[in-house]
Ligand binder design. Structure first.
Ligand SMILES: [Zn+2]
Length: 346
């Protein structure tokens, strides 16, 4: 309990303190645009410009995700700071670029589709491998107007990135039972009741309008607070994320993180059968209500590629040295896989 409180305290002091939110919050950042390099994406920058008429000194609309590219970009920066406006990719690139170039970093998330804006580490790529690099964050500006304007299915996909806790917790419990991994006493009920509350309150918070945005912000803050409290990424990362990491190496198209995490979570929960901490049908129904495009068809991912990725998960997770998960236990066969995929599409 003392460790939990200490972790939560550190989270507030190191991260939550940097979050600035409220109406008109962007006016505080405007003077910084003159001296900053702005990183964004065409869609995020478009949304931002619809709300604010700002001319940045220099803007890059194709934030790199490759670590070597970020290192060479860092050498060319002669600005005082970096401003990142966008989703997960832009957040990760901005944080890493700021850390490498030792500049200040201001984040303006345009969508809450992943935990990237709240996570001090940057998830990047080195070749086709996913790597977690050091990041730096000075302040995080959360503009409710901007966030409410973003595509709903991306923001709601972010909720799947939190509700994956139902499955990730299953991995944690199994790791504790099989390998003696540390599982604090109250972790199971705390994570589970958090997921239950978010799942039940979600339908009352759609569509996403500015007054609903704080619900989404708080859900992310609480989820990351659990990780800091338990000194573990286990509450938000498990076998469902491991499939995503494997896909990142085999599928070269842009992926909607939240929607694929939704799909992977459903696959893993179905595979757990009676051990699942929630009836997978309940979660599937919610994702349909929220219109999260979780099916392979909606994602445009070839079924063959997804099947092969899943069949290879045991090898992938041992080769990459991933933490103990469902993939250390389940020997997935073709028939079970077909049954799961039929259920997903039904
Ligand atoms: Zn995620």
């Amino acid at each position: 309990m003392i460790l939990y409180k200490l972790g939560q305290w550190a989270f507030k002091k190191l991260i939550v303190k940097k979050i600035l939110t409220g109406e008109g919050i962007i006016s505080d950042v405007i003077p910084l645009f003159k001296k900053s390099l702005v990183l964004s994406s065409p869609s995020a920058w478009n949304l931002f410009q619809n709300l604010y008429d700002i001319k940045p000194n220099k803007i890059l609309l194709n934030a790199p995700l490759q670590l070597p590219e970020i290192h060479s970009l860092a050498k060319t920066i002669d600005h005082d700071s970096i401003i990142g406006i966008g989703g997960g990719r832009v957040m990760d690139c901005s944080k890493a670029l700021a850390a490498v170039s030792k500049k200040k970093c201001y984040l303006i998330p345009s969508i809450l589709s992943t935990t990237a804006w709240l996570n001090p580490a940057a998830s990047l790529k080195d070749g086709n491998r996913v790597t977690h690099a050091k990041g730096k964050v000075t302040s995080i500006f959360l503009d409710t107007e901007l966030l409410a304007q973003s595509p709903q299915h991306l923001n709601l996909g972010g909720m799947a990135d939190i509700l994956c806790g139902y499955n990730a917790l299953g991995d944690w419990i199994a790791a504790h039972l099989q390998e003696g991994e540390r599982l604090p006493k109250n972790a199971k009920e705390t994570v589970l009741s958090f997921c239950e509350r978010i799942r039940k309150e979600l339908p009352d918070n759609i569509p996403i309008i500015p007054s609903n945005v704080p619900f989404y912000i708080n859900a992310f803050k609480e989820a990351l607070g659990l990780c800091w409290g338990f000194l573990s990424g286990r509450p938000v990362e498990g076998s469902e994320h491991f499939i995503y990491y494997a896909l990142e190496e085999t599928y070269d198209q842009p992926m909607n993180h939240g929607a694929i995490i939704a799909l992977n979570t459903l696959v893993c929960l179905y595979l757990r059968g009676e051990d699942s901490l929630i009836n997978p049908n309940k979660l599937k129904k919610l994702y349909k209500t929220l219109k999260i495009p979780f099916s392979l068809k909606e994602q445009g991912i070839p079924e063959e590629l997804y099947r092969n990725t899943l069949l290879n998960m045991y090898t992938f997770s041992s080769e990459r040295g991933l933490p103990y998960s469902l993939w250390n236990q389940e020997n997935l066969n073709e028939n079970t896989l077909s049954e799961i995929l039929r259920w997903i599409e039904s």
